[in-house]
Design a binder for this molecule. Structure first.
Ligand SMILES: Nc1ncnc2c1ncn2[C@@H]1O[C@H](COP(=O)(O)OP(=O)(O)OP(=O)(O)O)[C@@H](O)[C@H]1O
Length: 309
């Protein structure tokens, strides 16, 4: 797939001297949902602000659909819609005007049919005459999305789209984002909800302290770093792990009545079968078995932690 955004050697040093981005290289592919995942202060908003032309880079370059965001600012910016982290709009303006006005800002000719389609798609059509102050938080967020899409961009940035949003609305937002992708819009979202990245993204980039730690297909990331755990409940508690089982990565918990076996799901081979045979040989009777997979959250925490060392 071709890259629709190409970030090369991007750095950002704020006037305070703080270095928020330190040599970012990143390619976003056309038509994907890309999640930029990182803890608070990692540099996500700074990166998005530069790509969207709100903040200027210190070094490096960004191409949006082939246009340089500094040299060809207008052309690059017209390709991009941004839903900022903070909801900002005029409380007394009505929905239709707010969205229509945003389109005008990009110098696009008025297109009421497109705005109507957009508002219908975002379930805002019946609110088109309502003032912003009359809307619920979820509706306001949808208006922000409509504003960001008003000039028909190919790329949509969503900065923390579901921060502080309840579970139901979050799921609606996810559905909406998927539908946009089906229409060919490339989506880049920042989040620190790992669940959101797990649920939505085709690829995930992890950023920390102004550096990209990794970029991977979501599934590959989960397969690559995913470990599994097998919980073995014993009929009778034991006081220590028998020496014969030393080769396995076992932990004894729950007052001796549970053995936890941690293994790499890709390299498991026949170790579980061997472990179970050895348990039987030791005369340990099994009451129950339960296996669980590590989530993206576990992976993320271990990754960020690992790089800190
Ligand atoms: N105008 C500024 N001047 C100086 N430092 C800044 C400025 N804006 C942001 N920073 C610093 O740059 C770092 C990255 O901030 P940024 O907002 O990009 O992080 P983030 O990953 O979006 O965080 P969050 O998840 O909390 O929104 C932070 O340490 C922040 O304090």
């Amino acid at each position: 797939m071709p890259s629709i955004i190409r970030v090369s050697g991007l750095t950002k040093t704020y006037a305070s001297g703080f270095s928020a981005l330190q040599g970012i290289d990143l390619d976003i592919q056309q038509g994907e949902i890309f999640a930029l995942l990182g803890p608070n202060g990692a540099g996500k908003t700074t990166l998005i602000s530069i790509i969207c032309g709100i903040s200027s880079p210190s070094e490096g370059s960004v191409l949006a659909d082939g246009f340089d965001i500094v040299k060809d600012y207008r052309a690059a910016r017209s390709k991009i819609g941004l839903v900022p982290q903070e909801l900002c709009s005029d409380a007394f303006e009505n929905v239709w005007s707010a969205v229509n006005f945003s389109r005008g800002l990009f110098g696009k000719p008025s297109n009421p049919a497109y705005i109507e389609k957009l508002l219908r798609q975002l379930s805002l059509w019946d609110k088109k005459d309502a003032q912003m102050r009359e809307l619920s938080g979820g509706m306001k967020r949808r208006v922000m999305i409509a504003k960001a899409l008003s000039h028909e961009p190919d790329i949509l940035f969503l900065d923390e789209p579901t921060a502080g949003v309840d579970v139901e609305l979050r799921k609606d937002m996810w559905q909406m984002v998927r539908e946009l992708r089906e229409q060919g819009v490339t989506i880049i979202l920042t989040t620190h909800y790992i669940e959101e990245a797990e649920e939505m993204a085709d690829r995930i980039g992890v950023i920390r302290q102004g550096k990209i730690l990794l970029v991977e297909e979501k599934q590959a990331l989960m397969d690559k770093l995913g470990s599994k755990q097998l919980s073995i409940r014993l009929q009778q508690p034991i006081s220590e792990i028998p020496e014969d089982l030393a080769e396995f990565n076992l932990q004894l918990d729950d007052e001796g009545s549970n053995l936890s076996y941690c293994y790499d799901s890709r390299q498991e081979g026949d170790s579980i079968a061997r472990l179970l045979r050895k348990l039987t040989k030791q005369g340990l009777e099994i009451r129950d078995l339960n296996s669980s997979e590590s989530s993206l959250e576990d992976i993320f925490v271990s990754l960020v932690h690992e790089k800190e060392q």
